[in-house]
Design a protein around this ligand. Structure first.
Ligand code: MG
Length: 249
């Protein structure tokens, strides 16, 4: 596990430190005021559910092998498939959406809740922390997830909410519904380019779930976007929250 400390995140990563930078060193040396946290917003696929969609195969099916390889080489942090098909002709776009929906449907058949997700939700409840969800998947998938999981996230925004991640709009919308500031919220997700980018742009704390250590690859060494925290399992999120945040209601 590689976890950046809160002081590092405030100094180098977080866009809106909650106290003046000039006082930071002495403040940390004595008693560090912890940032208040009032809610957590989760990504769904690969974060609250075990990865069940073969995204590389989906992108290849939509873009074709050559185009897939070309775009992949240009986008080290990942491919934004919805963005790529946005300006296609209606016929071509329709076909692409059908291909994506087919992959998502097959993913739903294999849907499994991520280990630690239910326990983490219980912990959030015990601290009266709100929980929301933002996904680029469709509402139908969110409805099925809620039904299978038996725990509800509110608001839960799917790709029918435009603009979708990595745009900060869905996260800012949730903050406004909750009547909290973005820097009182943490975005947790397994995608640097969608979840961390969305959280950062909104001014929220960000936590990257990297189960396999794929973001330790040299491919990401020169990517500017960095999360405030990184965990390899949802089970690590409790200690992170307890250690670095004021969770009082
Ligand atoms: Mg995901």
């Amino acid at each position: 596990m590689r976890l950046s400390s809160l002081s590092n995140s405030l100094l180098f990563l977080h866009p809106k430190p909650p106290f003046p930078m000039a006082n930071l060193t002495t403040t940390i040396a004595t008693s560090t005021p912890r940032a208040r946290l009032k809610g957590i917003v989760f990504d769904m696929d690969g974060t609250l559910t075990v990865p069940a969609i073969d995204f590389a195969a989906m992108y290849k099916a939509v873009l074709g092998g050559d185009e897939y390889r070309r775009i992949k080489a240009e986008s080290p942090s990942g491919i934004d498939i919805l963005h790529h098909i946005e300006n296609w002709s209606p016929d071509k776009q329709q076909k692409a959406y059908e291909t994506i929906a087919d992959f998502e449907r097959r993913g739903l058949d294999r849907l499994q809740i991520m280990p630690g997700a239910a326990e983490l939700c219980g912990f959030l409840d015990s601290k009266q922390l709100r929980r929301g969800l933002i996904t680029r998947n469709v509402k139908e998938s969110v409805d099925l997830f809620h039904k299978r999981f038996g725990i509800t996230f509110c608001p839960a925004l799917s790709r029918e909410f435009r603009p979708y991640k990595p745009d900060p709009a869905p996260l800012l919308h949730i903050c406004s519904v909750w009547e909290v500031l973005p820097n009182e919220v943490m975005m947790v997700g397994d995608s640097l380019k969608d979840d961390v980018a969305c959280g950062k742009q909104a001014g929220a704390f960000t936590c990257l779930l990297d189960e396999t250590g794929r973001y330790d690859s040299p491919v990401y060494a020169n990517v500017d976007l960095k999360p405030d925290f990184k965990v390899s399992s949802l089970n690590e999120v409790y200690s992170l929250l307890n250690e670095h945040f004021d969770l009082a209601p």
